[in-house]
Write a protein that binds this ligand. Structure first.
Ligand code: NAD
Ligand code: MG
Length: 397
């Protein structure tokens, strides 16, 4: 330690891929970080193990049944943990003044309200939940500004962009930049023909070549919707126009993104494809701490490749650009339709190519309004889910 006080952390979504990577980094620095609260929807046994290891004061489960099971297990071990459940309890731990840092690692729109609660409470907010920025980026950024919250991007590309931009006292500036170059692995289906995409199974789509992630984002990577969501995320985080962002397919996932400046300089951040690097950066910034990630060996990497994305085979990337240009509630509609489509694909109710159609047709059938308040955004999200569900049921030609 260099005289810094211990940070007290609330990890929302602690049993997920990002949640577990975060706890791994925290466990390497017991003098620097303590866990104030944890949350998970299910996986109660895993949540209990985390309670034993990290001794949080508060834990939030998804259901009362799960909370009761956890209470019993904690009692048996004489662990004094306050266990509650539900969305309201998530907002409470996200805003609790006893935590100074909140890790927003719940997946999907389910993470929106707790992320907003942390922003409104002025936390250091480690933002993995990109869906909240896609749905309500302006409101979230405004809430963070007003409350003095520091949003630190955990998404590897946005963390790379943050690291490649000029630092200021309170974050980064985009002075002098010409383009943000957002890299994409291209996912497990990058080289498939349309005919092959037609018969892709969830198991094939879940197999990411470089990253180990939760099921929703793994499917988003296979469709390239993940990159579409990330384009919107970058617009919101760095206050840049959608056409200032160019997607570059880079199959090795070593360059995590780049910034090109007016004078021709390009600054890139590189590293192993391991989320503990951006998590450690976001936790400690402006300091640097060990993350447990091994050094990048350039002799093993040997070659880096870059390609243009194919928006004909992967049209969700194009739809994301269009939604962001449309503005208002369009990105929220895009996100909601995608969540329904991914769920339907994972439960084998629709085929891979139908994912694209569900999102496209939901956007066509939705009324887009200015995203001026949360109510309007949540209504747009609900309506889009209804439309998308109907498209799933009717087979969406
Ligand atoms: P995951 O599915 O592995 O974990 C999700 C976590 O959220 C779990 O702890 C789960 O219990 C909790 N959760 C799920 N539904 C919930 C609900 N309705 N209410 C409360 N909690 C709920 O997901 P992940 O891969 O860790 O991704 C989390 C977020 O981080 C996503 O927004 C994703 O886009 C983003 N992200 C992930 C990665 C990655 O490498 N996994 C990289 C960049 C960004
Ligand atoms: Mg990413």
């Amino acid at each position: 330690m260099t005289g810094e006080r211990t940070r007290s952390i609330c990890v929302l979504g602690s049993t997920g891929s990002i949640g577990k990577s975060t706890l791994d980094v925290i466990s390497r620095h017991p003098d620097r970080y303590s866990v104030f609260a944890l949350s998970a929807f299910s996986k109660i046994d895993e949540l209990f193990d985390q309670c034993v290891q990290f001794q949080p004061q508060y834990v939030v489960a998804g259901t009362e049944e799960g909370a009761e099971k956890l209470r019993k297990k904690c009692q048996q071990q004489a662990l004094s943990v306050n266990v509650s459940c539900g969305a309201q309890a998530l907002d409470t731990i996200a805003a609790d003044p006893r935590a100074d840092t909140v890790v927003a690692a719940i997946v999907g729109a389910a993470g929106l309200m707790s992320t907003l609660a942390a922003a409104r409470a002025g936390k250091r907010l480690l933002l993995a939940n990109k869906e909240s920025l896609v749905m309500s980026g302006s409101l979230l950024m405004q809430a963070a500004n007003e409350a003095g919250a520091l949003i630190m991007p955990v998404d590897s590309e946005h963390n790379a962009i943050f690291q490649s931009l000029p630092a200021t006292q309170t974050g980064v500036s985009t002075a002098g930049i010409e383009k943000i170059l957002l890299t994409a692995s291209g996912g497990p289906l990058r080289q498939c023909t349309v005919e092959q995409l037609r018969v892709v199974s969830p198991q094939q789509a879940l197999k990411h070549p470089n990253w180990s992630m939760g099921p929703k984002i793994s499917i988003d990577s296979a469709t390239m919707m993940n990159k579409g969501l990330e384009v919107i995320e970058a617009c919101q985080l760095f206050a840049v126009d959608v056409d200032d962002i160019e997607v570059i397919v880079h199959p090795e996932s070593i360059v995590h993104s780049m910034v090109r400046y007016r004078d021709g300089s390009v600054i890139a951040q590189m590293g192993q494809p391991d989320m503990r690097t951006p998590i450690a950066h976001a936790l400690a910034w402006p300091m640097r701490i060990d993350s447990g990630v091994s050094a990048l060996d350039f002799f093993k990497v040997s070659a880096l490749h870059f390609e243009k994305p194919d928006v004909v085979r992967f049209p969700l990337l194009r739809l994301a650009y269009e939604s962001q240009r449309m503005g208002g509630t369009a990105p929220a509609v895009l996100n909601a339709a995608n969540e329904i489509a991914v769920e339907a694909f994972l439960s084998e109710r629709v085929a891979f190519l139908q994912l694209f159609k569900i999102v496209e047709q939901t956007l066509e059938q939705s009324k887009i309004s200015p995203a001026s308040d949360l109510r309007t955004i949540i209504d747009a999200d609900n309506n889009a889910r209804d439309i998308a569900r109907r498209l799933v049921e009717t087979g969406c030609a």
